[in-house]
Design a protein around this ligand. Structure first.
Ligand code: E4P
Length: 214
């Protein structure tokens, strides 16, 4: 399973990279706005630092404008994945941009058939937002399970990118289901490495070492 960081903050991206687990980056307009910098400045610095795929999201909602914006976003780097929202206009834009060989991440997926449509239109990734489902007392991981089942039935190559992952259980479940990618904030990626028994075990080893005869 690939790990992407869900962040537009270069320091966070660099820290995730130092952990040796970073395969790519996802951003969205909210994450971009949080940086307090201009979009071109942030997009350029991320695309320069990251070798893997970087999802940059369009803010247009009409097909031809999304296509024009997607083509412009690709100028930031050959690793740019154009993030398009799951709408009927979005599907039209996915068809055109993917037809030009531009990789697409279809965002704001909340039910499995949306993911089937995005795949048929040519998306490279689909992003089901699991945490936002959980926020309204629905099980977001069920959507991921159903998308994977549908894709396996039809041997669809589009990758399931589990988004809006808010805690380690989302990531554990994604791996058990065989999701292709998970994107999560740095804090969640760091939580994955921690276990209280690891900390206790390490403390005991270090305390015992102090008792060694020098
Ligand atoms: C995914 O690509 C989105 O940027 C993100 O995962 C949304 O997460 P949130 O629901 O925690 O805002």
């Amino acid at each position: 399973m690939k790990f992407f960081i869900d962040s537009a903050n270069l320091e966070e991206i660099q820290e995730a990279d130092r952990l040796g687990v970073l395969d790519g980056v996802t951003t969205n307009p909210t994450l971009m706005a949080k940086t307090g910098k201009t979009f071109p400045e942030v997009a350029a610095s991320i695309c320069k630092f990251v070798k893997g795929p970087v999802s940059l999201e369009v803010i247009s909602t009409e097909c031809s404008q999304m296509v024009a914006e997607g083509e412009k976003l690709r100028e930031f780097g050959s690793n740019v994945v154009v993030k398009i929202p799951m709408t009927t206009e979005g599907l039209k834009a996915i068809k055109i941009l993917s037809g030009q060989g531009i990789p697409i991440n279809t965002t704001l997926i909340f039910q499995p058939i949306q993911a089937l449509l995005a795949a048929k239109a040519g998306a490279t990734y689909v992003s089901p937002f699991v945490g936002r489902h959980d926020d309204i007392a629905q099980d977001g991981m069920l959507v991921v399970r159903d998308i994977l089942q549908i894709y396996r039935h039809y041997d669809i190559q589009t990758q399931v990118l589990v988004a809006s992952a808010r805690h380690p259980i989302h990531i554990l479940e994604s791996a058990k289901m065989g999701a292709h990618v998970v994107t999560a904030p740095l804090k969640v990626i760091q939580q994955l490495a921690r276990h209280p028994l690891t900390d206790l075990g390490l403390k005991a080893f270090l305390d015992d070492w102090q008792k060694m005869k020098k």
